[in-house]
Design a protein around this ligand. Structure first.
Ligand code: HH2
Length: 284
């Protein structure tokens, strides 16, 4: 099968609360981090009005969803207290939801999940794959979409010495087990997204192996999200610092989509949306 047709072959619908996304083309998820230490946009959106303006601008640039985070998961980032995380993300989630923007919340904390869903978030994106006590309960009955990501270790330790016998098999088994746990709790497959977690306890070689396995991961029965935007792998490959990784990131998003990712999580929305449009127009 030609690569470009793989995606369309598997088109289905992702249910995220009031929003239903037809996965006939890759969804572009725009990132807004309300943190001082995120590796790429840290410190830029601590002021709520700037964060809201940026979220609306990304939506205007063509983002299908806006992913709001209040706790950096960069290697060795300090955990953020619950009250502080709520203080950071809630004004932005409330404002974007009020404007009718599909909002995802990027959190590991069940209390933040509940508050965000209550405020109108239509998706919960958990880099810890809903392993915290109470995390599955926080989303099960809500109808929102859920994204379960693979991470080896914790952000504090994950990049110290990541090791796998078979990274693709281990990540796939983990994602299968987490998706089953979500389904057992009553979350239908149409609400579940899986994510191999590029850069979360992985070397460049691990990331490359997982990237090449995207077509296989995409056959597991759930849409796959790929998040490579401006990450260290892009820096390692291009030799560029964080603020010069846009072209590499767009290439990675496009290739991920061509290889079966249904969602790409990116900082550079406008450029990624344009690249996807060109691919779809010229693709065979
Ligand atoms: N990557 C980051 C954060 N959340 N969620 C998913 N599902 N997949 C990812 O690959 C992913 C994620 C890290 O990127 P960023 O939010 O830009 O940085 P930070 O964690 O430093 O805030």
């Amino acid at each position: 099968m030609a690569r470009a047709t793989l995606h369309f072959f598997m088109a289905s619908i992702l249910h995220c609360g009031a929003f239903k996304f037809l996965l006939e083309r890759p969804l572009v998820v725009g990132i807004v981090n309300v943190t001082h230490n995120s590796f790429s946009d840290g410190g830029r959106f601590l002021d709520p009005s700037r964060a809201i303006a940026h979220g609306l601008a990304l939506r205007g640039d063509g983002a299908d969803l806006i992913d709001v985070g209040g706790e950096s998961t960069r290697p060795d980032a300090e955990p953020v207290a619950l009250e502080e995380e709520l203080r950071r993300v809630m004004p932005l989630i409330e404002a974007l939801a009020r404007e009718g923007v599909p909002v995802s919340v990027d959190t590991m904390k069940p209390e933040v999940m509940r508050a965000a869903v209550e405020a109108g978030a239509c998706m919960v994106n958990d880099v810890n794959a809903f392993r915290a006590p109470g995390a599955i309960d926080a989303v099960a009955r809500s109808g929102v979409g859920v994204c379960a990501m693979h991470m080896q270790g914790t952000p504090a330790t994950m990049q110290v010495d990541p090791r796998y016998d078979d990274v693709v098999a281990e990540v796939a088994a983990f994602l299968r087990a987490r998706a089953s746990a979500l389904e057992v709790a009553g979350i239908g497959a149409e609400r579940i997204v899986i994510d191999p977690g590029f850069g979360f306890g992985k070397t460049l070689a691990h990331n490359i192996a997982l990237f090449r396995a995207l077509p296989a991961l995409a056959t597991m029965g759930y849409p796959v999200l790929a998040g490579l935007s401006r990450k260290r792998s892009i820096g390692d490959i291009t030799g560029r610092p964080v603020d010069s990784r846009m072209a590499g990131s767009v290439a990675a998003a496009l290739l991920a989509a061509q290889n079966g990712a249904s969602l790409v999580r990116v900082h550079d929305v406008k450029e990624t949306v344009d690249a996807m449009k060109v691919w779809r127009a010229f693709g065979v």
